[in-house]
Design a protein around this ligand. Structure first.
Ligand SMILES: Cc1cc2nc3c(=O)[nH]c(=O)nc-3n(C[C@H](O)[C@H](O)[C@H](O)COP(=O)(O)O)c2cc1C
Ligand code: SF4
Length: 460
């Protein structure tokens, strides 16, 4: 199912890509109008980052292009670690060439010295597709004066966090550094070089801050289409504040989990039906999480438009539009426990309130879920929720606060039932949807995650 980003048949060669309606035209248009006009066009289109935050892409590009006297880098974020999200891998499988075109255009627009496309090491198939696409485009002379590197990173959730991703590119573990990439970019020699102290490494006589643009795969995949067809064409889809389409993933208690492209502004209920084939007969939607980064939406909020402003008005966030659906047989205390456990395991521990708080919240949720909890467990969760984000370097701690506090707010009766009955009233726990594959209506989750320990080693 696609509008323009997801072709019905995969694009398997450069010739095939160039034979499509707009294949190769985006790079040509950018080279014709020049960097400044390219950035202005992306700004006018209203494209917003698809990695979760929805930051205006043109504004990000012009901020980096405007910094003088430095080397600049481009990083394409293809870590896709958010539970319930598979859209970047679906895009790479469907057409890796449109992404590489987007990378070439973005690097040209901001004057980047080099570009890095980052994927997880475990995404072997997608890495092979994108490597071939880069090689074919280089041999065809489409990308001659640009260096595109492919970096394969670890499986950790934090690899996708942009400050941690820069550390990984520099050969270090995925521990978020302090400053954002536009202030303290790749190989920067500014005030703080990441977790490990090291020698100062001035490169190329720059001022050392090396502002770095980080954009998500889907964000960059949109770029060649906008260059080829114009800002007005892009704005003719979606809403005024969220133009274009969005590639969504729908998993959980649905008939056929899948990835699909819809216009922004489509109601959530219609997205669950169109992309995931709806919930099973006789069942109703109890809750929908957009990844693990935003407050839960309840079954009463399914008319929420899938757009940045639509989710914000509903008190949540669209994230990367990976929707995890729970039907009326699911236990929301168990859901909160499993999502909290995911975040506490993946927390890196550089900020003690994040690691200790998410760990404590997870333990109290487990006690309540298994019937061993009492009022003091709820009170402890609430105390930690007020402190878990103290001094946090990255957004993960806020995710913990938002997800758990929203479940407490939206489903208080489920907590009361667990405390009173001293057991979980539901029978079937749902696994955490950390996706390994999603094909033909079937989702494969990472079974090994259950064995992952807080120090990122695994139980045998
Ligand atoms: C814990 C954590 C994990 C993240 N994982 C991803 C990811 O897998 N892919 C991604 O594109 N962005 C991820 N992000 C967001 C990135 O930090 C960054 O905002 C994004 O790549 C920017 O691209 P955009 O402007 O195109 O949205 C993550 C953020 C956090 C806090
Ligand atoms: S907020 Fe949590 S995950 Fe982020 S850097 Fe601090 S400890 Fe690590």
């Amino acid at each position: 199912m696609g509008v323009f980003l997801l072709p019905t048949e995969p694009i398997a060669s450069l010739d095939h890509h160039l034979a499509t309606e707009t294949g190769g035209l985006g790079v040509q248009a950018a080279q014709r109008v020049g960097p400044q006009a390219t950035i202005e066009l992306i700004t006018r289109s209203g494209l917003r980052g698809r990695g979760g935050g929805g930051f205006p892409t043109g504004r990000k590009w012009s901020g980096i292009a405007g910094q003088v006297g430095s080397r600049r880098y481009l990083v394409c974020n293809g870590a896709e670690g958010e539970p319930g999200t598979f859209k970047d891998r679906a895009l790479l499988r469907a057409n890796p060439y449109q992404l590489v075109e987007g990378v070439i255009i973005a690097a040209f627009a901001i004057g980047a010295d080099e570009a890095y496309i980052c994927l997880k090491r475990r995404f072997e198939h997608e890495a092979a597709l994108v490597t071939r696409a880069v090689q074919e485009m280089q041999s065809a002379g489409i990308c001659t004066d640009c260096t595109v590197n492919i970096v394969l990173g670890p499986d950790e959730y934090l690899f996708g966090e942009e400050k941690a991703m820069l550390e990984v590119i520099e050969g270090k573990p995925p521990l978020p550094r302090w400053f954002p990439p536009y202030e303290h970019g790749l190989f920067a020699t500014g005030p703080q070089e990441g977790w490990e102290a090291g020698p100062r490494r001035a490169r190329g006589g720059s001022d050392g801050s090396n502002p770095t643009l980080v954009n998500n795969v889907e964000t960059l995949a949109n770029v060649p289409h906008i260059l080829a067809r114009g800002a007005e064409w892009f704005r003719s889809m979606g809403t005024a504040e969220s133009p274009g389409t969005i590639v969504t993933t729908v998993v959980g208690d649905v008939v056929a989990p899948d990835v699909g492209e819809v216009e922004l502004g489509t109601p959530l209920a219609a997205v669950i039906d169109a992309v995931g084939s709806g919930v099973r007969s006789g069942r109703t939607v109890k809750a929908v999480f957009s990844g693990v980064a935003n407050p839960v939406l309840t079954g009463a909020q399914l008319d929420t438009p899938v757009s940045y402003e639509g989710f914000a008005a509903a008190g949540s966030g669209m994230g990367s539009a990976g929707f995890i659906v729970y039907d009326d047989t699911a236990c929301m205390v168990d859901a909160a426990y499993r999502l909290s456990r995911f975040l506490s395991i993946e927390s890196c521990g550089q900020c003690p309130p994040c690691k200790l708080g998410s760990g404590a919240i997870t333990e109290h949720l487990e006690r309540i879920e298994t019937g061993a909890g009492d009022d003091e467990d709820v009170a402890e969760i609430e105390r930690w929720l007020r402190r878990v984000t103290d001094g946090s370097r990255c957004y993960l701690a806020t995710e913990e606060r938002e997800v758990v506090s929203s479940v407490l707010r939206a489903f208080p009766q489920e907590f009361v039932d667990h405390l009173e009955q001293r057991r979980c009233p539901q029978v079937e726990p749902r696994p955490i949807p950390k996706l390994i594959d999603l094909e033909g209506g079937h989702a494969t989750y990472d079974e090994s995650f259950w064995r992952k320990r807080p120090d990122w080693t695994f139980d045998p």
